[in-house]
Design a protein around this ligand. Structure first.
Ligand code: BES
Ligand code: MN
Ligand code: ZN
Length: 500
């Protein structure tokens, strides 16, 4: 879908449909919606009076113009209540609109900027949200269907604005939105790929591809190099698999002279999680093809940040491997040593995420990085605690956590902080090693985070447990079935904020 900004009058566009909007409770539409209502001899206000259009969020009413106007159809979308209107509403509505237009068979559409009139919101931000929502909501993963996509979907979306003073801001917003959405969609693609099409080797090749396109520094460490560095924790997960592990490092230097302004993004890169020797039940195991979504998100965030040219240094670190129960797999009770020399008793080989991330965090420190955010589909327990509405956030640096929560709110990727009290720590104390990889009773998301905190000493660290939000089976707003691409938007915003 191509999205562009045009100076003009929405009622004069030669398109299959124009999109206008309405806040809940408005009986007499004004602005662009009012102009369209007049051109349609009061059809919109009539439908409002009849109670057919209410302006509720997600509502979409299609009106055929039957020669009264150049555009063939008008889609009136509800924005919901005006006092709860924000960028997330725009993103959602815009995603719904993209699918409505596809259903109608519309290939060229024009839209006004939602809420820019009485909504009183920032034009650049709305345009970004509009572009993100449309591109994300229209997404489908159909690479492996011989027939390809069913139906074309919207090919061109024109944002029509009559106020020339807003054009520049709108164009800037659309450009940013496209770049961010591109990264989110790539992240979804990577996480949606079946595991036989997304091995550690293929994921590493994807990182190389990003590096080539954006002119970034990339290093892929193979098994012998990881052995050399002492990554016994990461390699213990890889040893049951026939696929060679890859330790991926992708670096963007946007502020070279200022090493203080640096961020490490460590992402879990389990391309398939069978559980290993502690094998998972068969039911639903296929969704573990997405257990590298955290890793994909950090690679894709770096891609967007590089394209945006943010003045910040970002290093994505992705320990990538399968977790398989091969003959040489780790056995419960095995003790291994991480890169920092700490010993780990592995009591459950299905708690593998923390094992690969431990060496990921150690490697970030080895590079001299002082600020680390990790992203991982780490525990089923986070879904028990928070459902699939918010991801869990943990950390040892409240300022970093607060910042992430704030940019997450703006990006529409919501978080909730969970505690790391000292009192939980006895749960990861081992009888035979420095730490063990599972807790004993309850608080599974917390004990997993505590395991990582053990390796994050001396750096500012935050951890996002995305296990319950990285995939969805719902179609709503800008999200569709499959991988969500969370938290790419948040990570990009964090970097933008660090740059300013
Ligand atoms: N990848 C899983 C967590 C997960 C579960 C992600 C559901 C997405 C959806 C992780 O490696 C795992 O298996 N965690 C175990 C830990 C346990 C053995 C301590 C879990 O949550 O059951
Ligand atoms: Mn697991
Ligand atoms: Zn896992």
């Amino acid at each position: 879908m191509d999205i562009r900004v045009l100076h003009g009058d929405i009622t004069q566009q030669d398109v299959g449909a124009i999109v206008v909007n309405l806040f809940e409770g408005v009986t007499q539409p004004r602005g662009a919606t009012g102009a369209v209502d007049s051109a349609l001899k009061g059809a919109i206000s009539g439908l409002i009076a009849d109670g057919e259009i209410k302006g509720k969020r997600g509502e979409a009413t299609v009106i055929h113009t039957l020669g009264m106007m150049r555009p063939k159809r008008v889609v009136v979308v509800g924005l919901g209540k005006q006092d709860s209107f924000n960028m997330n509403a725009v993103r959602e509505v815009s995603g719904d609109v993209a699918r409505t237009l596809k259903r109608l068979g519309v290939e060229r559409a024009a839209t006004i900027v939602h809420g820019a009139g009485i909504g009183g919101v920032d034009a650049e931000q709305v345009a970004q949200a509009l572009a993100e929502g449309a591109l994300l909501g229209a997404y489908e993963f159909n690479r492996h269907k011989s027939k390809g996509a069913d139906g074309k979907g919207v090919q061109e979306m024109v944002i029509v604005e009559s106020d020339s003073a807003k054009l520049l801001a709108l164009e800037r917003g659309v450009a940013t939105g496209k770049t961010v959405a591109d990264a989110v969609l790539l992240c979804r693609d990577l996480a949606n790929e079946p595991a036989n099409h997304m091995t550690p080797t293929i994921l590493a090749e994807q990182a190389r591809q990003i590096a080539r396109e954006q002119n970034l520094e990339v290093t892929i460490l193979d098994r012998p190099q990881c052995e050399e560095l002492g990554m016994g924790s990461f390699l213990s997960v890889a040893q049951g698999s026939a696929q060679p592990p890859k330790f991926i490092v992708l670096r963007y230097w946007g502020d070279r002279g200022n090493p203080e302004n640096s961020l490490a993004l460590v992402g879990k890169g389990i391309t398939f999680d069978s559980g290993g020797t502690s094998l998972k039940p068969a039911d639903g195991m296929q969704s573990m093809k997405g257990d590298m979504a955290g890793g994909a998100s950090v690679l894709c965030a770096v891609k967007a940040v590089a394209r945006l040219g943010c003045k910040v240094n970002v290093t994505a670190i992705v320990p990538a491997t399968e977790n398989m129960p091969g003959g040489s797999a780790t056995k419960p009770g095995d003790v291994v040593r991480a890169m920092n020399g700490k010993s780990i008793e592995i009591l459950n080989t299905d708690a593998e995420g923390r094992l690969v991330l431990a060496d990921g965090i150690c490697y970030a420190k080895h590079l001299g990085l002082k600020r680390v955010v990790d992203v991982a589909t780490l525990t089923g327990a986070i879904g028990q605690a928070l459902g699939s509405v918010r991801m869990g956030i943990f950390g040892n640096d409240q300022a970093l956590i607060d910042r992430l929560i704030a940019v997450g709110d703006e990006a529409g990727e919501f978080m909730w902080q969970l505690p790391l009290d000292e009192a939980y720590k006895e749960q990861v104390r081992s009888e035979v090693a420095d730490i063990k990889n599972t807790g004993s009773r309850g608080a599974g998301a917390i004990t997993a985070a505590l395991f990582m905190e053990f390796f994050a000493d001396g750096v500012q660290w935050a951890h996002l447990d995305t296990a319950a939000v990285s995939r969805t089976d719902q179609v709503r707003g800008h999200t569709v079935k499959g991988a969500t691409g969370v938290p790419v938007r948040t990570l990009v915003r964090l970097c933008q904020r660090m740059a300013s």
